[in-house]
Design a protein around this ligand. Structure first.
Ligand code: 13P
Ligand code: SF4
Length: 317
């Protein structure tokens, strides 16, 4: 028996036994993406988690994603195959940090990226993901100050798109995306003049990409700032034969599946998230066999966070 086939068979059988739906983020290992019931970006997976009638959700992604699913469905069992799968961006702001920042800006509306802990979400008015951050900020009356946390690069992108002066940005970052830098992008773009550039807004190089477009080094219509889910949609409609991708490298698998005729190349092929890669085939099997690791969110914190997360899944539908 092919060991991969017997692994897949056991995963499917155990998922059925547990009445579990398997969700995988676009940065997961290819084997995990391929076995999942749904693969997608953070917003799409949160919506699927909220709508699913399965009693168990197995979240193949990082901890804040599983927590978000638990906040939306407190009656469900939410499992993550390895509870150590954290996120450097979510670690860049604590609940106490946010409370202190709010005290400096009384009356401001707090928008937090979904890459935050449940405690931070409990202090938040509206959560957002990279695919609806601009819509979320546009939904707030122009005369109200906005505190945007924790990603500085996504914050800069939202500020550019909305032209909003009263948007204050926390100085957090994701170590993987911050490491995809402008000079590297410029070099790759010069070597691939016909390629489209798909750039995640968490990247340190997003501003450089727009600068390259502004000075005419890269045609402006080739530069696209996109969430991971929007990259897949864009891949299906682009006319380009080659695309440079600035995000975590797990993304390439889903893009190649969506558009096999296009050549997708990473801007930085070392951009791998060690947390996302903790969800191995063995960890997923153990998770389904043993019902581990179960994700719990303090019910009082979950109740305070739920409104902000629900607003997130409603905006930009
Ligand atoms: P999206 O899938 O929402 O674009 O998020 C990217 C990310 O960094 C999640 O960790
Ligand atoms: Fe967090 Fe960055 Fe990993 Fe996404 S890629 S989970 S933002 S550390």
């Amino acid at each position: 028996v092919d060991p991969d086939a017997s692994w897949a068979e056991e995963i499917r059988a155990l998922a059925k036994e547990r009445d579990a739906v398997l969700l995988a983020h676009n940065y997961q290992l290819p084997e995990i993406q391929d076995i999942a019931d749904h693969t997608g970006d953070s917003l799409a997976l949160s919506r699927i988690a909220a709508e699913s009638d399965a009693s168990t959700i197995v979240f193949c992604g990082v901890h804040f994603m599983a927590e978000t699913a638990k906040i939306l469905g407190p009656e469900k069992t939410v499992l993550i195959p390895d509870v150590r799968a954290g996120c450097s961006l979510a670690d860049s702001i604590t609940g106490a940090d946010l409370r202190a920042w709010k005290a400096e800006h009384p009356g401001a509306v707090v928008v937090s990226y979904v890459n935050t802990t449940a405690e931070v979400k409990a202090e938040t008015d509206i959560c957002c993901t990279s695919s609806n951050a601009v819509d979320v900020v546009r939904s707030i009356p122009a005369d109200q100050d906005v505190l945007f946390a924790p990603d500085q690069f996504l914050g800069a992108h939202v500020k550019r798109e909305t032209g909003r002066e009263n948007l204050y940005i926390w100085a957090g970052e994701c170590h993987v995306h911050a490491g995809i830098n402008g000079p590297e992008l410029a070099e790759r773009a010069a070597a691939n003049p016909d390629a489209d550039l798909f750039i995640h807004p968490e990247c340190g190089c997003a501003t450089s990409a727009l600068y390259l477009a502004g000075e005419g080094t890269v045609p402006a219509d080739k530069v696209k700032i996109l969430s991971t889910g929007d990259m897949v949609t864009q891949a299906r409609s682009t006319k380009a034969r080659s695309v440079l991708v600035a995000t975590e490298i797990g993304m390439l698998h889903q893009l190649r599946r969506a558009a096999p005729e296009i050549e997708f190349k990473a801007v930085n092929d070392r951009a791998s998230c060690r947390y996302m890669k903790m969800i191995t085939p063995a960890a997923l099997l153990r998770s389904l066999r043993e019902g581990r690791d179960e994700v719990h969110v303090d019910p009082e914190i979950a109740a305070r966070a739920r409104g902000a997360v629900r607003r997130m899944i409603e905006i930009g539908k």
